[in-house]
Design a protein around this ligand. Structure first.
Ligand SMILES: C[S@@+](CC[C@H](N)C(=O)[O-])C[C@H]1O[C@@H](n2cnc3c(N)ncnc32)[C@H](O)[C@@H]1O
Length: 480
């Protein structure tokens, strides 16, 4: 997909309804109508028609096109599919959900031939996927056999169901509010190519799942319109591995081709031998290539195999996964422990710093008004450090930048208020307030595109309110 005109950040590129929506593969048990997760402790009911779990008899997704529509209910009922669901053990029910979206796609063949034709335009990568035994066998057991044999829907061929699996794996968007685990296929948005430094941002509307794609940076006429299929906060090794295993191609973008990842060093180690150089891949487009120190003068001999590098980051990554999500002490201890091993903006440090940027000022024991000057300065320093990386890997109007700009304004504002109480000069205060206003103005524009009910949307509104309050300062200090 390429742009037909010059676009500026925030411009809408497309906005469209999904063709199909439903639970992700491997998801937990959820309501078939509104996708609310259903834990053992949550009350749920069995659908009166088909017997599948619903959150309540009044679920807002009952009978809805992108919830649990009549046609699906009727098919699940006639196939007696709920007989196979073990309500005593919700865990055991999970794999049954893998076949729900494929079934929804197949039902379109009769109920909406145009939508089905749109699906058939999408890439399946069958020729590659067929040769990955675990993947093909997994789909055969969990989806193809279930639909054709367990549910007895013999009108579909095995090849047809495998193709639908491929279409879903290659083209789906993960959508929905935080806490839900759903995916959707869109008639045009699927055409967007991947880039590890994307030039768009997208949101989906609560309830309708309408997807709106906006330019996040300037996009010139004729330029490719991209999004990232991988998590941008990972290093090249991990992103390329994800793309190869899940999207079946080898990314060769500018970021992947550059050993420094465009100067962000998000995969770099500090050389254990000379302590001054950085250890980078000798060929980032070859996952097998050795890594070596950049300081050729002091450290010409240091090399490490790719395999050792992968083992090392997997081991350290495992340590990060073990840190509790609110445990700021353990996070700081992690950063301290690896200060001589990982580059300060290595992706593993970046993830921890992103968490700290949001936890300082927000959680019990670290509420913003109660933070010491040291911790406020620490929050500010972390925000500035990660912003430098986000400016490169997720530039422009992106959620990550919006949230971090909002986080950055808070310590600046509190420090400034305390300085005001300590009689700091008016001109100094004015210049500091200018910086706060700049953060808030950009955050409110970026986060203003997020759904109002999402945490980012609420942050955007808080940024707007804070801007109004700051205007009061102008009465005291004069225009800034
Ligand atoms: C969602 S589809 C994108 C639309 C697809 N190009 C088409 O014409 O149907 C994803 C597939 O497009 C290809 N693709 C997307 N971005 C790519 C990139 N940066 N480099 C190579 N192939 C890419 C891959 O084959 C990938 O599996």
């Amino acid at each position: 997909m390429v742009s037909k005109k010059n676009l500026k950040p925030g411009d809408i590129i497309l906005s469209e309804e999904p063709i199909v929506v439903g639970p992700c593969t491997g998801c937990k048990v959820q309501c078939l109508g509104c996708y609310k997760p259903l834990e053992t402790a949550t009350p749920y009911i069995k659908c009166k028609g088909c017997g599948w779990p619903l959150c309540s008899p009044k679920c807002r997704g009952l009978g809805k096109k992108h919830g649990h529509p009549q046609i699906e209910c009727a098919v699940l009922k006639t196939t007696k599919s709920a007989r196979l669901l073990d309500y005593n053990e919700l865990e055991k029910m999970r794999s049954h959900y893998n076949a729900i979206v494929p079934l929804r796609c197949l039902l379109l063949k009769e109920s909406d031939p145009q939508a089905y034709a749109d699906l058939m335009k999408m890439e399946t990568h069958n020729e590659i996927r067929r040769n990955i035994p675990e993947l093909w066998r997994g789909n055969q057991e969990s989806i193809v056999n279930r639909i054709i044999f367990d549910w007895g829907l013999k009108e579909y061929t095995q090849e047809e169901v495998h193709s639908i699996c491929g279409i879903l794996e290659v083209n789906s968007f993960e959508i929905g509010q935080q806490g839900v685990n759903i995916r959707g296929l869109y008639p045009t948005a699927f055409l967007m190519s991947h880039d590890c430094v994307p030039n768009t941002n997208h949101v989906d509307e609560e309830g309708s799942f309408r997807l709106t794609v906006r330019a996040s940076t300037r996009i010139e006429h004729g330029e490719t319109i991209t999004l990232s299929y991988a998590y941008t906060l990972q290093c090249t090794l991990k992103r390329r591995e994800h793309l190869l295993e899940n999207k079946f191609f080898e990314c060769q973008c500018k970021r992947c081709s550059d050993p420094t990842e465009m100067g962000t060093y998000s995969g770099a180690l500090i050389c254990p031998k000379c302590k001054t150089g950085y250890v980078l891949s000798t060929n980032p487009l070859d996952p097998e290539a050795d890594w070596k120190c950049t300081n050729l003068e002091r450290c010409p001999g240091y090399r490490i195999t790719s395999k050792s590098m992968q083992l090392l980051i997997d081991r350290i990554g495992h340590e990060v996964d073990g840190i509790g999500c609110n445990d700021v002490v353990a996070m700081e201890a992690f950063l301290h422990k690896y200060r001589n091993v990982l580059h300060p903006t290595h992706y593993l440090c970046l993830g921890v710093k992103l968490s700290l940027s949001q936890l300082y000022g927000r959680i019990s024991g670290y509420l913003i008004d109660k933070l010491s000057e040291d911790i406020l300065l620490r929050k500010q320093q972390i925000c500035e450090e990660i912003m430098k990386v986000f400016n490169v890997i997720e530039p422009g109007f992106t959620r990550l930048r919006g949230v971090t700009l909002y986080e950055m304004h808070a310590p600046l504002m509190i420090l400034l208020t305390r300085q005001f109480e300590n009689h700091c000069s008016k001109s100094e205060l004015r210049s500091k307030l200018k910086k706060v206003v700049k953060c808030l103005e950009e955050a409110s524009v970026i986060l203003g595109y997020e759904p109002e009910t999402s945490s980012e949307g609420m942050m955007g509104m808080a940024a707007k309110d804070a801007l109004v309050r700051i205007k009061d300062w102008e009465k005291i200090l004069g225009k800034f």
